[in-house]
Ligand binder design. Structure first.
Ligand SMILES: NC(=O)c1ccc[n+]([C@@H]2O[C@H](COP(=O)([O-])OP(=O)(O)OC[C@H]3O[C@@H](n4cnc5c(N)ncnc54)[C@H](OP(=O)(O)O)[C@@H]3O)[C@@H](O)[C@H]2O)c1
Ligand SMILES: *[C@@H]1O[C@H](CO)[C@@H](O)[C@H](O)[C@H]1NC(C)=O
Ligand SMILES: *[C@@H]1O[C@H](CO)[C@@H](O)[C@H](O)[C@H]1NC(C)=O
Length: 326
């Protein structure tokens, strides 16, 4: 082959391969096949004003649930509810203020929900942040860890009484394949108590999502609440703003790989599937990828670590005896 021909064909081959790979990824993407409606149910989705949470909120509203969009900006929540109410021709989307990184905001939110709602069928711990700079809160919690793990831990415990009263409920943790990046979890350094090690911080928070889910499932079983199930999902790579705070090099890497990422609608499918589908009925403590059961990392399956993380988290968020249900 002449040099000119080579120059001509190389880009064509690259584009062809790229398109083929894209088509392949589209084909294996998990889409929720269940048509199940959830009329009369109440759902809470944290961080539902954008990305995966927004698309999941819209779909649950379309399927008939009252969906509380729990967001740190009430204005963004209202705007999202307005869009969802319009596009679903319902009034199912309801805004409510919640800063999941702030334990007093979590307590205030939960107290209001317990007062206003008579049931809770679906709880999606979706809000998350990644790649932020060091920020230790006044209570000693690290901000990213507080947002991705401690807040959801506290919120879930505080809402447990309502879910027990409802009898049947589904708790979903939006984790990530990033949980596999870390091979260790030092429970005495979750909040940079010993040293600041930002590289795998996000990964550790996503690992904690799975460990928490598994321990939660074990405790629910042990307490006889078999109708309440807890599962963790990996939504896959999704084109959202989650890495907007990350360092430049990482951001560029994400930008390039985004041509293969899912749309937010596709990325919300696993959340929707685990929230509604008949196939998930009674299944608990599992990790799902593309709407299929999958195996998380070895560390994520460490029962002792999960137990210890629960105890540590309960003590760090100062879970009071009256807030304990499990
Ligand atoms: N995108 C991916 O490729 C990917 C992959 C695996 C896992 N995930 C997980 O998916 C979840 C959703 O992320 P996304 O990709 O949809 O990103 P996103 O569009 O940035 O959505 C994150 C949401 O969380 C909210 N949030 C952040 N901090 C909060 C706080 N303190 N209190 C209440 N809400 C807060 C954000 O609110 P604001 O609009 O106010 O910032 C936003 O609505 C995250 O848990 C993430 O770890 C994403
Ligand atoms: C929207 O819902 C209302 C009442 O539920 C109904 O009367 C109306 O026809 C619906 N509009 C559309 C466009 O479906
Ligand atoms: C959507 O409808 C619900 C129920 O009527 C209402 O509480 C909520 O404020 C509506 N959202 C917006 C922003 O219109």
């Amino acid at each position: 082959m002449g040099f000119l021909q080579f120059l001509l064909w190389t880009p064509a081959v690259i584009v062809f391969v790229a398109v083929a790979v894209k088509i392949y990824f589209k084909a294996i993407t998990g889409i929720c096949k269940s048509k199940k409606r959830v009329d009369g149910q109440v759902a809470i989705i944290t961080g539902a004003n954008s990305g995966i949470g927004y698309e999941a909120a819209k779909e649950l509203a379309r399927r008939g649930a009252k969906v509380i969009l729990a967001c740190r900006s009430i204005d963004k929540a209202r705007k999202a509810c307005d869009e969802i109410n319009k596009s679903t021709n319902t009034s199912n989307a309801v805004p409510k203020e919640l800063d999941v990184s702030d334990m007093s905001s979590v307590r205030k939110f939960a107290a209001e929900v317990l007062k206003e709602e008579t049931r809770l069928d679906i709880l999606v711990n979706n809000a998350g942040v990644a790649g932020l700079r060091k920020n230790i809160l006044d209570n000693g919690l690290e901000y990213q860890f507080a947002t991705n793990h401690f807040g959801p831990f506290l919120l879930t415990n505080l809402l447990m009484g309502l879910m027990i009263k409802t009898g049947k409920a589904r708790i979903i943790a939006v984790s990530s394949v990033a949980h596999t990046w870390t091979k260790t979890l030092d429970l005495d350094n979750l909040n940079a108590e010993k040293f600041w090690e930002p590289k795998l911080l996000y990964a550790r928070t996503k690992l904690c999502n799975i460990l928490f889910t598994k321990e939660l499932a074990r405790r629910l079983k042990a307490a006889g609440h078999s109708g309440i199930v807890a599962n963790a999902i990996n939504p896959g790579g999704v084109k959202t703003a989650i890495f907007r705070h990350a360092r430049k090099a990482f951001k560029y890497m994400v930008m390039v790989s985004q041509i293969y990422f899912k749309t937010p609608w596709e990325g919300a499918q696993p959340t929707i599937d685990i929230a509604v589908s008949e196939e998930v009925e009674g299944i608990t403590g599992e990790y799902w990828e593309n709407c299929k059961r999958s195996e998380p990392s070895e560390l994520a399956q460490n029962e002792q670590l999960a137990k210890d993380l629960w105890e540590k988290s309960a003590s760090l968020v100062q879970l009071k005896p009256e807030e304990y249900h499990l």
